[in-house]
Design a protein around this ligand. Structure first.
Ligand code: PGA
Length: 248
């Protein structure tokens, strides 16, 4: 029996998470190369998420290109006496379309709770910013067979509070981030399908964690993987462009 024809409705997204990397000079070099070499016929949406101080420079460099920008984090508050915080409305002023919310480094290193992540998600939506919500289990949780329980709790805290809307979900197993150890395509697909069942079918679910040009094709071939959230490889022009090309 032949397999049924699958018509892909969801557009693909490849987003670069620059983390705390960059300088005015290196940002310019990276974005000029990306914009110059990106295939304009590509239907893959591309975004980059630089550190806050570079948002203005990045949005100027990206003007007239199909590449979108986003922040890596936002405050759960709209405004007020929150020293050091940046609101969703502020990043919106710099042309951001996206903000990553609940990245595992925020959860682990800065103690962000599920409830706080849910509040950030709501703050983004309220300001017209599309959240890229990150969920994922630690190695210990995976080995204890708790992967589904963990990602369901992380996503469920949001769904109890607010409609997911057009937000983007990113499954990023913590053990695969920056370790060079990516989930197998089958491991990613299993969690993506589990998450997909809890969301509207048109929500895009990205995979993140040690995605490189050499492993992207196999991961993106999975039916519930709609693109990637790319850390280290998003800082290398050739790697990032090849990942975008692979997502096509
Ligand atoms: P990595 O990071 O691609 O460097 O593993 C991914 C992420 O943290 O979003």
């Amino acid at each position: 029996m032949g397999s049924p024809l699958v018509v892909r409705q969801r557009s693909r997204l490849v987003a670069g998470n620059w983390k705390m990397h960059g300088s005015r000079a290196s940002n310019r070099a990276l974005l000029e190369a990306l914009a110059g070499q990106l295939d304009r016929r590509s239907t893959v949406e591309v975004a980059v998420c630089p550190p806050y101080p570079y948002l203005e420079q990045v949005s100027a460099l990206l003007a007239g290109t199909p590449i979108a920008s986003g922040a890596q984090n936002i405050s759960e508050h709209a405004q007020g006496a929150y020293t050091g915080e940046v609101s969703a409305a502020m990043i919106k002023e710099f042309g951001c379309r996206y903000s990553i919310v609940g990245h595992s480094e925020r959860r682990q290193l800065f103690g962000e709770s599920d409830a706080q992540v849910a509040a950030k998600f709501a703050a983004a939506r309220a300001a017209g910013i599309t959240p890229i919500l990150c969920v994922g289990e630690t190695l210990e949780e995976r080995e204890a067979g708790r992967t589904e329980e963990v990602v369901e709790r992380q996503l469920g805290t949001i769904l109890k509070k607010i409609d997911f809307g057009n937000a983007v979900l990113a499954y990023e197993p913590v053990w695969a981030i920056g370790t060079g150890r990516n989930a197998t395509p089958e491991q990613a697909q299993a969690v993506h399908a589990f998450l997909r069942a809890r969301l509207s079918p048109d929500v895009r679910i990205l995979y993140g964690g040690s995605v490189k040009a050499s492993n992207a094709a196999a991961i993106f071939a999975m039916p519930d993987v709609d693109g990637g959230l790319i850390g280290g490889a998003s800082l290398v022009v050739k790697e990032f462009l090849e990942i975008v090309r692979t997502a096509q």
